[in-house]
Design a protein around this ligand. Structure first.
Ligand code: NDP
Ligand code: OXD
Length: 310
């Protein structure tokens, strides 16, 4: 009997196993690290599995990333090659990501930190008018999530453009690609929203060069991966006024170390890698669907390109 293993935090793993077995009592699922005989395992459902563990399953047929990102799988140097990897592509997650960007763009644009500080002192603010038409969002990454985010932001009246490896045709969203395209987009972007996957090509992409191409006093938002932001460049750009504020959900080191300057920097809005969750009730059917597809040799949902690494 082929078997699935699942590695998540203990409580989360239990919930996933309970729900999957409730929907299909014939499934045999083991919770890592109680794997039994490694030869039994045909499917591994993983999130940040310790490196080297996947290599222990000689009969593995599919790796399921329990996330949208697959960097946690690709970063394992011992990962078995040539085995299909699937990831979460889910409308619930996309809506959630859209909400995160919308919430933070508006928090930055509408100066909520400033108003909160005045409130602490019981100060009624001076006259202030927001130039809503000035908001121009540039999204790095127009993939599954980036496209949904672009459409949501567009639907609330913001100007939106996007950059990706290959050019896109999305109604009302100007699309850019390549290094020249990036520079073209940046000159007209004052809210830079990063939703790129973590690969060699995207590492450190949010850096001083990019910030300097944007209009002075712009904002940076990152929900892609922490490795994409050069943290010191951001701090310097905030100090010299090139960047006026930021919203960050992901960090070079997670959890963010307690002595990290971002914690106390009021110019930076922080969330602890919670921009968009994998919400079990919304994804469980896709997990099951992919299990059946894998076992029946049918096309998989959310299949990752091994060459591109995302
Ligand atoms: P997709 O794979 O669907 O999209 C990735 C996009 O990035 C594509 O448009 C792709 O271009 C573009 N891209 C990749 N490499 C480059 C490059 N070198 N230059 C330009 N564009 C590039 O991913 P998703 O939209 O589903 O997810 C994106 C990322 O969001 C995940 O990898 C993960 O890191 C992060 N994430 C974060 C969460 C959080 O809570 N903070 C939650 C979920 C995801 P093209 O289309 O041309 O190939
Ligand atoms: C993801 C994440 O990639 O939550 O799904 O970061």
């Amino acid at each position: 009997m082929p078997t699935i293993i699942i590695n998540l935090g203990q409580e989360s793993a239990r919930k996933h196993i309970e729900e999957m077995v409730r929907l299909d009592p014939l499934l045999e699922i083991r919770e890592w690290p109680d794997i039994g005989n490694p030869e039994d395992i045909d499917i591994a459902m993983v999130w940040q599995m310790p490196h080297g563990e996947l290599a222990k399953f000689p009969n593995l047929k599919m790796i399921v990333s329990m996330a949208a990102g697959v960097d946690h799988v690709f970063l394992d140097p011992l990962r078995p090659k040539g085995i299909p990897i699937v990831r979460v592509t889910n409308p619930h997650m996309a809506r959630s990501m859209g909400h995160w960007f919308l919430m933070n763009i508006l928090r930055l644009h509408r100066e909520t930190v400033y108003f909160d500080a005045l409130r602490e002192e019981k100060i009624w603010p001076p006259e202030i008018a927001f130039d809503t038409d000035s908001v121009s969002v540039g999204i790095l990454g127009l993939g599954y999530l980036g496209t949904h985010v672009a459409q949501m932001l567009k639907a609330v009246g913001l100007k939106v453009q996007g950059w990706s490896r290959t050019e896109k045709n999305i109604d009302g969203i100007q699309s850019f690609s390549g290094e020249f395209g990036l520079d073209q987009m940046l000159v007209d972007t004052n809210f830079l929203a990063c939703l790129l996957p973590n690969t060699q090509a995207t590492k450190g992409i949010l850096n001083f060069r990019v910030f300097n191409k944007m209009p002075q006093g712009s904002y940076v938002l990152n929900a892609g991966r922490g490795s994409q932001l050069v943290e010191l460049d951001l701090l310097q750009a905030l100090d010299n006024g090139q960047i006026r504020g930021a919203a960050l959900d992901v960090f070079e080191t997670e959890p963010l170390p307690t002595n990290h300057p971002f914690w106390t920097d009021k110019r930076i809005l922080l969330t602890p890698h919670h921009a968009a969750e994998v919400y079990l009730p919304a994804v469980v059917k896709t997990f099951l669907d992919n299990i059946y597809r894998s076992r029946n040799n049918e096309p998989l949902i959310g299949l990752v390109d091994e060459e591109l690494g995302y």
